[in-house]
Design a protein around this ligand. Structure first.
Ligand SMILES: *[C@@H]1O[C@H](CO)[C@@H](O)[C@H](O)[C@H]1NC(C)=O
Length: 369
């Protein structure tokens, strides 16, 4: 080997080492922890813990829940991973544990998930009959309990602020349960828009509390899915008037309602940005990301995006609930809806990638700082 090629090799070696070092630095995610609030969309085990022993929760503890990923039921209302799992992976964090099973002992070094199936923004349903037990007030009380325990007493304020400054707060999706309390009780469609502002104000209230009291610095705030494409609503609000459906087979009025909520949420986030210029607010457009597989399911290997993978007969496979004796209509990777209400891991993966690859997040999701 002559001197010239030796020095070329040496330069290449140095270059490779530098690349490795850079790659290593780049692997370091932007946030050390995720704290998340919401509903069944990202519940990873709180509901089945809360409802232990009660019939309502038992089906979620049985197959086929968890059949695609994990291989066993985990408390996720899904065949596998949910949005939160994909965000944790993207930030190179381990799976974020549900809070309740570890509430007395967990140190939550990578954060905790407070979202619960049935989680809502407000404590009361809009029909004034239903009480919504797992609302944001309850979820944020759990969050305070955890902070009291993991932040050493005496120095509490400073330690809490340090933890929160390194954390991403995922606020939602939340609100769908509030509205469904109205629609499920037979409330008039045209009245539902009157409730949007109440839901948004509640979401904003808890965001501001976390900024002012704990020093939270970064929020991911997802909007609402196109509800008019949900199989359970399609079968419940089915109509003979074809004009009620859009070209994809979704209910126009219900999707318009989702967009109404989403526009109000977007406007509120603008207000928060002006009030707290040092806090990051990432608006995650789940509606837009989900419309990709509604409009063009074949691109993702999905068949009919408007039918449940697990359930019963009927045009939307919703004639029976998804439980251990329900029909599985095929490989969940070919479906967007898991049980007629919640989505499949496949659909969550598509939405999460849409948020992570910047197309459906504003500003872009900060994978690296
Ligand atoms: C599953 O749900 C159906 C109703 O949709 C019910 O008839 C059946 O008994 C349930 N199976 C189990 C194991 O609970």
């Amino acid at each position: 080997m002559n001197g010239g090629s030796f020095s070329v090799a040496a330069v290449l070696l140095v270059h490779a080492v530098l690349l490795l070092l850079n790659a290593h630095a780049g692997l370091c995610g932007c946030y050390k922890r995720i704290f998340s609030f919401g509903d069944a969309m990202i519940d990873t085990g709180n509901f089945v813990h809360l409802a232990a022993g009660k019939a309502a929760s038992s089906k979620y503890k049985e197959p086929p829940y968890g059949m695609t990923f994990f291989g066993h039921p985990t408390g996720r209302i899904c065949d596998g991973r949910v949005l939160l799992d994909f965000y944790a992976e993207a930030l190179q964090l381990p799976l974020i544990p549900p809070f309740l099973p570890e509430k007395n002992s967990g140190q939550f070094p990578h954060g905790a998930n407070f979202a619960v199936y049935g989680g809502s923004a407000r404590g009361n349903g809009f029909n004034h009959i239903v009480t919504l037990p797992w609302h944001l007030g309850v979820q944020t009380d759990w969050f305070q309990d955890m902070l009291r325990r993991i932040a050493p007493p005496g120095d509490r304020g400073a330690k809490v602020r340090q933890i929160l400054a390194e954390s991403l707060i995922i606020m939602g999706e939340i609100g769908a349960t509030d509205y469904s309390s109205w629609f499920d009780a037979g409330g008039a469609r045209e009245d539902a828009v009157d409730f949007i502002q109440d839901v948004i104000i509640d979401i904003g209230h808890f965001i501001e509390e976390m900024i002012l009291n704990q020093g939270a610095k970064a929020f991911l705030v997802p909007n609402m899915l196109p509800m008019g494409c949900r199989p359970s609503y399609l079968s419940r609000f089915g109509s003979h008037n074809h004009r009620e459906y859009d070209e994809h087979g979704c209910l126009r009025w219900f999707n318009a309602f989702s967009r109404n909520h989403n526009q109000a949420l977007g406007r509120y986030i603008e207000v928060l940005r002006r009030s707290y210029p040092n806090v990051k607010f990432i608006y995650a457009d789940y509606y837009g990301a989900a419309m990709e597989f509604i409009k063009n399911p074949g691109r993702f290997g999905i068949g009919d995006p408007l039918v449940a993978c697990c359930g019963g007969g009927g045009p939307y496979h919703t004639d029976a609930e998804c439980n251990s004796t329900a029909k599985i209509w095929g490989d969940p990777a070919h479906f967007a809806s898991w049980d007629g209400v919640q989505l499949t891991e496949k659909a969550y993966n598509i939405i999460a990638q849409g948020v992570l690859n910047r197309q459906f997040a504003n500003p872009p999701f900060p994978l690296r700082c």
